[in-house]
Design a protein around this ligand. Structure first.
Ligand code: ADP
Ligand code: ZN
Ligand code: ZN
Length: 740
């Protein structure tokens, strides 16, 4: 008898063996959802594997029944789930849960159905009407039959309304077999019914053509997976390349998945895909109802669509003949899930492609160092697109030295004179301006307004974080602490600041300086819903707004041809967060924001205000020199063995009792340490940069370097099966992207 290993929705990280009864043996496959007896109750589970042996030494129970067949997970996805559980150190149940949307997993959402009625036999019906209609012309039965003779097939609601009767005569007719009823599944359609103008493929530019040829070549080698990094400047036509690559895959009978960051999953983006592929596409966004989500998942699972577009979780769309995965803006942090399993959709996409032998395109104007490194070591191929469409120029980028301004007026002004003049110029010409401020980072640093000095840790070349309550400066990488400065250590000026400016302040300043301008601010404080975000963008697009002020929210992917000026208020802010990726993020942000300018016929200008005009990152970004920036910054990472040079795993310990959390971290650390390869760099337990969140104290351990696999297995086992105090929670972050 065959034996199935079944994973049950309890976090035990354990599969249970069950016999597959003969009557189900042809229907139970890897990925099937089944009902099994467990203890005294019945539970849902998924079949992870099928075999003939068990190591369980008592009599096995049998699978009771099969759940609806459409909830089957494709076998390669089951394998992907196992890989995730292993790699990201989470339980198998957590991994399986990730593969399925809740609407499908819960078993509570069902298909929406409609009852349709029709005449069984029209000759019979006419005879019946003639016979009975004379005797009782007003009778409900007759009215129903007359209505049905007009329509081929009609829903119950419409039938009863048109016939003007209740449901009881209908039942009689059904039992007399004069009327037939058919129950059909109807789709809950999440799209507005408004028709979208179909779009034709654009004639590719030379660069697009070259890119497409390479992609087609890989699509034509379906015996193994391929990953391509498409490094194309903003507005170089990457999206058009995606669209044509998808069309090609479709012609070959293969399905495609397109991942975009949640924030870019706007109606504008969706429209672009639907215009090209119409109903062959399924869009999986967070605003779908449970019913819609269930239906979309089923449409993919049943092969009714060939393309799925969505954020992170769309990666698990249950296609059975996948050919292409596109990860747009692959450098985006939102591809990393913030809770277990803490997977990175870009990396899992590459693994899925490996299992299912398909092509992955990672697209970005500012690739992550991880992906770029993989093109250098030969794991990925690299395609570059350096020109904007229609020979539009990249915007000219100018650095504005804010130290000069502060010498003139004695205090730092928020808008430099150059920026004010440039905005006035755009207002005069009727063009649009974006003012960008990056408020990212919780940390407040010490910055001298006179000379630009930033207090940095001497050991780590990252800035100290200012702790207001204790009046100290602390380094969150090495733990160094000094007393907060009262005057600048470099120039002795008392004009030092421990805080940054916010967008709100920028808005009020802008209203004061540009009196008649129409101004809107977009950040997480003002934009409470997706709808308010869309409304604001729409009015900006229609030209009803002159100046758009915002945070990261406005940095990505937006296409506004009338924007000819972008002002970056303070480029320094993102540079000094205590994270080895701070320069990379600054470079990305500057490039992305700058990319919003000059997308129309008039060329664009970008003004970058900074207190550190000679800073390398800013210099490379203004020269659009990704490669040198990469090489330069990699030196630091190589020295310290940070990704992508080494791997990085962090383990976090949280609890309300500070000593207990700390003790638990040390205890864990001592048990794990023997599993470390000598080349692994180990950071002993120390308070996390944000020491306490929601009353919980936080400690963390960090491992980085090569050869982490064995260590990772030990960590996984310890986290999932080790003993520890109940009131401390532990989580592992493999390939952590944030060190907070
Ligand atoms: P990216 O994704 O690299 O930012 P897009 O694909 O959005 O660039 O292209 C920018 C603009 O150029 C869009 O308006 C797009 O319709 C247009 N475009 C792209 N490819 C072509 C082409 N081959 N011919 C004409 N216009 C194009
Ligand atoms: Zn100073
Ligand atoms: Zn330090």
């Amino acid at each position: 008898m065959k034996i199935a290993k079944v994973i049950i929705d309890l976090s035990l990280d354990k599969g249970f063996d069950y016999y597959i009864p003969d009557n189900l043996s042809s229907q139970v496959h890897v990925g099937s959802q089944v009902n099994v007896p467990f203890g005294r109750s019945m539970r849902h589970g998924y079949v992870l594997a099928i075999g003939t042996h068990t190591s369980y030494n008592k009599v096995l129970k049998s699978i009771a029944s099969l759940c609806e067949k459409h909830t089957k997970i494709p076998e390669p996805l089951v394998k992907l789930g196992e890989w995730m559980a292993d790699y990201y150190c989470c339980s198998q149940e957590q991994a399986v849960r990730t593969l399925l949307p809740r609407a499908v997993r819960s078993g509570k959402v069902k298909h929406k159905t409609l009852k349709l009625y029709s005449i069984t036999d029209s000759a019979e019906t006419e005879k019946f009407i003639i016979e009975h209609g004379e005797k009782k012309p007003s009778q409900g039965q007759i009215a129903i039959l007359r209505t049905l003779l007009i329509h081929q097939q009609v829903s119950q609601d419409q039938l009863l309304a048109e016939a003007g009767v209740t449901a009881s005569p209908l039942k009689t007719l059904l039992s007399k077999k004069l009327v037939t009823m058919e129950e059909v599944v109807v789709r809950r359609n999440p799209y507005d019914s408004a028709r979208i103008m179909a779009s034709e493929p654009q004639e590719p530019t030379a660069e697009q053509q070259a890119a497409l040829e390479q992609i087609y070549e890989k699509l034509n080698q379906p015996e193994k997976g391929h990953t391509i990094l498409l490094h194309g400047v903003t507005s170089s036509g990457k999206t058009e390349v995606y669209l044509q690559a998808i069309a090609k895959a479709m012609k070959m009978g293969r399905d495609s998945i397109v991942l975009v960051p949640e924030i870019s999953l706007t109606p504008q983006t969706v429209r672009r895909f639907r215009a090209r592929f119409g109903d062959m596409i399924s869009v999986l966004h967070s605003r779908l109802t449970e019913g819609e989500r269930f239906d979309e998942w089923t449409r993919v699972s049943e092969g009714k669509v060939q393309i799925a577009v969505g954020a992170r979780s769309a990666l698990f769309a249950p296609f059975r003949n996948l050919g292409l995965i596109i990860v747009d803006e692959e450098h985006e942090n939102s591809y990393k899930q913030g809770e277990a399993p803490r997977y990175h959709a870009r990396d899992v996409a590459v693994v899925r492609a490996h299992f299912e032998k398909c092509v992955v395109i990672l697209g970005s104007a500012t690739p992550s160092f991880e992906s770029y490194a993989n093109t250098i070591n030969g794991k990925y191929s690299l395609i570059e697109m350096n020109k904007r469409i229609d020979d539009r120029l990249l915007p000219t980028m100018k650095v504005v030295d804010m130290r000069l301004g502060s010498q003139e007026t004695g205090k730092a002004s928020i808008f430099s004179k150059i920026l004010v003049d440039a905005v006035y110029d755009r207002l005069y010409k009727g063009e649009q301006t974006i003012l960008f401020l990056n408020r990212r980072g919780f940390a407040r640093q010490m910055l001298c307004e006179q000379c630009g000095y930033v207090a940095e840790c001497p050991n780590c070349s990252i800035p100290y974080t200012y702790h207001k309550k204790r009046e100290t400066l602390t380094c969150h990488l090495c733990g160094d602490v000094i007393k907060a400065h009262l005057t600048c250590p470099a120039c002795k000026s008392p004009e030092i600041r421990y805080s940054g400016i916010g967008t709100e302040k920028i808005e009020s300043m802008a209203r004061a300086v540009f009196k008649d301008a129409r101004i809107i601010r977009m950040d997480s404080d003002t934009m409470h819903s997706a709808a308010s975000y869309e409304t604001a963008l729409d009015s900006f697009r229609r030209g009803e707004i002159d100046i758009l002020i915002g945070t990261q929210m406005i940095a990505k992917g937006l296409h506004f041809p009338k924007v000819t000026l972008v002002g970056i208020i303070n480029a320094d802010q993102s540079m000094y967060i205590p994270d080895f990726r701070a320069p990379e993020r600054t470079f990305q942000l500057l490039t992305q924001v700058a990319g919003r300018a000059g997308r129309g016929d008039i060329s664009g200008e970008v003004l970058i205000q900074t207190f550190n005009p000679s800073n390398d990152t800013i210099r490379y970004a203004t020269h659009n020199d990704y490669k040198t920036f990469y090489e330069d910054d990699m030196e630091v990472r190589k020295m310290l063995s940070y990704p992508p040079e080494g791997h990085l795993i962090t383990i976090h310990f949280r609890g309300e009792d500070q000593n207990a959390a700390c003790a638990c971290a040390y205890d864990f650390f001592e048990r794990i340490r023997p599993a470390c390869h000598p080349e692994v760099i180990v950071t002993e337990p120390e308070p996390a940069p944000i020491e306490r969140i929601k009353k919980k104290w936080r400690y963390m351990i960090m491992f980085r370097g090569p050869r982490l696999k064995y260590l990772r297995q030990k960590i996984r086992h310890e986290v999932l099966h080790g003993k520890r105090p109940k009131d401390i929670d532990i989580y592992v972050d493999v390939d952590a992207i944030s060190l907070m």
